[in-house]
Design a protein around this ligand. Structure first.
Ligand code: UTP
Length: 278
């Protein structure tokens, strides 16, 4: 069974980018000429997930507008060579459906995912944090996770090796290797101090979740930082059933941080330059 739905938690305040994010959602900030969220939706669609569900919040209208028609603009540039610049977003608007719900209080990523339940229902779904921009090697990272899901039929998280002094920014796993680059999770700690980290394998912003995660999230008390953590819910799911961690192939840019945002901009700019006709 193909996974059709992909959830985008996008309610966060993006305080690390203030003042840029005062009136503009972090997810519409562009890397070269495309908003972060568009890269994420393209990755979902490439994995066959055309039913796009977004958890937004106050001040996030620009997200919805980006995936809607802009009559005046489109009329204005109709028939000119500028129209080609809209082809990528038009493809998404034609091939995807979009639905939105709002998270009223920022109670954490786990809470944001639970807020998306009415849009997802009882089926497995992808989760993309658009500020983790991933350039997959060969396939997109969500396509890579979907292949793992198709074989094992359980929740799968994407992981990456990070330097030891950076583990405290991530959820970190411990697990046993079951295939090359694939681990069965036995433990998981949210933002550990380096001396408490079970490994240097960090969870990044790509997940496939089975719908029982909603029931678990409902029971999950606030954890680190007083937020409802998806990491805590996944650990419970791993203990009750099985959760896999997959070391994805490709490069990830943490566009929620200034350094990652600039690195991604350089990466995609170089790519767009090399794609231009000489
Ligand atoms: P971040 O930890 O990057 O938080 O959230 P943030 O608020 O977006 O950014 P900073 O730290 O203030 O700069 C990770 C992801 O989870 C979503 C965010 O939108 C982001 O995609 N999120 C987080 C929610 O949707 N709701 C929450 O309550 C928390």
């Amino acid at each position: 069974m193909m996974i059709k739905k992909c959830l985008f938690p996008a309610a966060g305040y993006g305080t690390r980018f203030l003042p840029a994010t005062k009136a503009m959602p972090k997810e519409v900030m562009p890397i070269v000429d495309k908003p972060l969220i568009q890269y994420g939706v393209e990755e979902a669609l490439d994995a066959g997930m055309y039913d796009i569900a977004m958890v937004t919040g106050r001040g996030k209208r620009a997200l919805e507008d980006h995936f809607d028609v802009s009559y005046e603009l489109e009329h204005q540039i109709s028939g000119t060579d500028k129209e080609a610049r809209l082809s990528s977003i038009r493809r998404l608007m034609e091939e995807c459906t979009f639905s939105y719900t709002r998270q009223k209080e920022m109670l954490g990523l786990g809470h944001a995912i639970l807020t998306g339940e009415p849009l997802i229902g009882r089926e497995p779904f992808g989760v993309i944090l658009a500020d983790d921009l991933c350039d997959g090697e060969g396939d997109g990272v969500m396509s890579q996770l979907a292949r793992v899901y198709a074989k094992y039929r359980c929740s799968v998280v994407a992981i990456e090796e990070v330097p030891e002094d950076e583990v405290s920014k991530y959820g970190v796993i411990a697990g046993s290797s079951i295939e090359d680059g694939l681990y069965m999770i036995s433990d998981m700690v949210e933002k550990p101090a380096p001396e408490d980290a079970p490994s240097n394998l960090a969870i990044i912003g790509r997940y496939i979740l089975t719908p029982d995660i909603f029931d678990i999230l409902r029971e999950t008390p606030p954890g680190k930082g007083g937020e409802i953590q998806i990491t805590d819910a996944l650990l419970l799911q791993a203990r009750r059933n099985m959760v896999l961690a997959y070391k994805f192939k490709g490069t990830r840019f943490d566009c929620g941080s200034m350094e990652g945002f600039v690195a991604a901009t350089n990466h995609y700019y170089q790519r767009s330059r090399s794609a231009e006709p000489a």
